[in-house]
Design a protein around this ligand. Sequence first.
Ligand code: RIB
Length: 296
Amino acid sequence: MNILSFGSLNLDKVYQVEHFVRPGETVSSLSMAEYCGGKGLNQSIAIARAGGHVWHAGCVGRADGAPLLKALADSGVDTSLVRQLDCPTGHAIIQVDRDGQNCILLYGGANQQITTGQIDQALDHFRPGDLLVLQNEISQLPYLMGAARAAGLTIVLNPSPMNASILTLPLRHVSYFLLNEVEARELCGQECRDDLLPERLLERFPDSHIVLTLGARGSIYQDAHQRIEQPAFKVDAVDTTAAGDTFTGFFLASIAQAVPVAEALKTASKAAAISVTRSGAAPSIPTKTEVFASPL
Ligand code: RIB
């Protein structure tokens, strides 16, 4: 099964801070580094490093996007469906605090220049049953989901970053939701305990597969037939940026290779745990070899 990851590509500027900047406050950062990122790029790289066959589609700026194309290609992602445009590449300003938690400010740039023509051309390369992986950092998502559904692709949605636009998407077309508890609660539209969220979501989307990530409290898979719970692997967090993307990529690569769900969840959890012990987004994503060799 082939995988099309149609998503964002960002240049991440990462600032280490004592605490996140508050309204009206000016603080000096402890350090600054630049990394390749964007939820789409991170997930593509995670899929490839996990052994999946993945094509990335999206847009970067002609003048500043080359490092992102190189990062994808170096990890084995096919970049022939990424367009280079005469506008700035998307970027993210990321603060990381002493506990490894982050907050992120996005500038969409080229990620917001996706056209219906690019979508049609990209989908032409895929067959019914192939996976389409989406997040919420590019334009034209409603058209993309409709066209992918018509072409018979299996749609995976990571509704991140969560905002009101997600609720306007044709969510009935989604086969796999990979999401955290905040995103799940927004989609459910009702308050309930975290462990009940997968069931509630399944009531709304009965044919879907739900993968709920709960950070240090592990993850839960639920479909119409089974529920599987996976505890998190315990590590000291340095930087949690891209942990969710790493989980998503490793889980999907396993599913595309028909690995049983329990094993897919465990591998994804271990890969995400390794990623939080390292700085940066894309550079923190381990390879499959590292995951299987890990003593965790
Ligand atoms: O999920 C982490 C990513 O979110 C970062 O790489 C940043 O670019 C934003 O897209």
